[in-house]
Design a protein around this ligand. Structure first.
Ligand code: NAD
Length: 431
């Protein structure tokens, strides 16, 4: 059913207790008891299921699952599940989504769901003529590739194009690379594409007389881009002693730092991935694939740079965009076999891979803004430290109400360190 609203009436979601939050969530999104149990941690992936997923299983590994609020994406309210261990991320995304509401929320769309399968072709006599022989057979090769996955074909997916690149210079000398462009519809597509390139390889060898060695998809999914933009009205940026103009201009100067300097860009993009990965993980998708694609795309010009852009419109409002490859699916991999991932999709009322990518790229943009705004004003540690202090308190052995009390003391002393936390706990025990 999806979210009727992104926040409870008259009370803040974060002020509710765990059970109250779950109850509200279930009502808002029309979740079944099983879905709610999967999201709430009472059920979810059990070791027997996990035993069928990977090798040498002994158990499962849990992460906190939080719900980001205030997201309006393409005019639709969405409650966004985020699986992440890092404090501040869920709060940061929610807060920035609220600021973006001032400008109509997030507008997101995706390009076609096309992945690239690669074949490395070695031992070819004459590379340029082998390349042309393959291109001459483009139609026949695509027709053969279309037979490989009847399910995808029936769903309107399958092979779309074939390209042949010539690598003139490599440590192993020159060789050809064939790209099979493959529409994977609602799957992430790695298995589908890998199967297709493996099956097509003998035919490619027969046509060009070479030897196909590597047959695997590329994670630089630059034909599967997700894009989001948002506007934050100037007046929404002011807070505390900071004027709206100073916040906006600080964000623009900080973004310019990332646009120009790879050392800063790496951290800037890491902030984006804080939001992206948390939703990718919550929906059972392959975050390594998404990470690889994002960073390769950020370096596509030959110089690693920011994945996002920030500027201002004629009225002085802050405008941001994010464009990145997003190879995520709602079928295949763990997306259907992990009960929590299934419930996460249900919570967001998402039924296509494109719809999921639109949410993820919007969360990435919101997360980026959260970091930029903090860095441009009071610094990252102020908000972060309170939450970090709770983790330090737990690590030092604090329990129940001790956690908040100890975290508060660590923050007020400005010494959020485990040795100090342990020392305070010892003092409390002996007092
Ligand atoms: P998959 O093979 O499990 O599912 C895809 C298949 O589902 C399609 O081939 C199709 O036959 C079927 N299908 C049914 N309904 C569909 C629909 N609506 N849209 C599309 N397909 C539909 O999974 P996959 O998505 O091909 O591969 C994802 C998995 O591959 C992930 O677990 C990932 O970790 C893994 N993987 C990744 C890499 C990499 O990123 N380099 C390499 C190898 C494997």
């Amino acid at each position: 059913m999806g979210a009727a609203s992104t926040q409870p009436q008259g009370v803040k979601f974060y002020e509710l207790g765990l059970d109250e939050r779950r109850e509200w969530l279930g009502q808002q999104a029309g979740l079944s008891a099983d879905e709610l149990a999967a999201l709430g941690g009472a059920a979810g992936l059990d070791p027997e299921q996990a035993d069928h997923m990977i090798e040498n299983v002994v158990g499962t590994f849990n992460l906190p699952l939080g719900i980001a609020q205030h997201f309006i994406i393409n005019d639709r309210p969405v409650l966004v599940p985020m699986a992440i261990e890092e404090p501040s991320v869920v709060a940061g995304a929610s807060f920035m989504a609220r600021l973006a509401q001032s400008g109509g929320g997030f507008h997101a769309h995706v390009s076609a769901g096309e992945m690239i399968g690669q074949m490395q072709i070695l031992d070819v006599d004459d590379l340029p003529s082998a390349r042309l022989k393959l291109l001459e057979q483009r139609q026949a090769l695509l027709e053969e590739a279309a037979q490989i996955d009847p399910v995808l074909q029936r769903l309107g997916g399958g092979p779309r194009d074939l390209q042949v690149r010539l690598i003139e210079d490599s440590p192993a000398g020159p060789f050809l690379v064939l790209h099979l462009i493959y529409d994977v519809r609602d799957a992430m597509g790695a298995n589908a594409v890998n199967t297709a390139v493996e099956r097509l390889a003998p035919r490619v060898e027969a046509i060009c007389g070479g030897r196909v060695l590597f047959r695997i998809l590329s994670n630089l999914a630059d034909r599967r881009l997700a894009r989001a933009r948002c506007t934050v009205r100037l007046e929404a940026l002011a807070f505390g002693e900071f004027s709206a103009e100073s916040v906006r201009d600080g964000i623009l100067a900080g973004w310019a730092f990332a646009a120009a300097d790879p050392y800063r860009a790496a951290t800037h993009n890491k902030g984006i991935m804080n939001g992206v990965d948390a939703v990718v993980i919550a929906t059972g998708n392959d975050w390594r694939a998404v990470e690889a694609g994002a960073h390769a795309y950020a370096a596509r010009s030959g110089r690693y740079t920011s994945l996002s852009t920030w500027g201002q419109d004629a009225a002085g409002n802050l405008v941001g965009t994010l464009e990145m490859p997003l190879a995520v699916g709602i079928v295949g991999g763990a997306t259907r076999s992990h009960p929590t991932a299934r419930a996460a999709l249900q919570l967001m009322d998402i039924h296509t891979a494109a719809g999921l990518a639109e949410v993820i790229v919007s969360v990435g943009l919101a997360q980026n803004l959260a970091a930029l705004r903090a860095l441009a004003t009071e610094g990252i540690q102020r908000g972060h430290m309170t939450l970090h202090a709770r983790q330090v308190a737990i690590a030092a052995g604090a329990q129940g109400s001790e956690i908040e009390r100890l975290a508060g003391q660590l923050v007020s002393e400005k010494t959020v360190r485990i040795d100090r936390a342990e020392e305070i706990l010892r003092q409390w025990k002996h007092s």
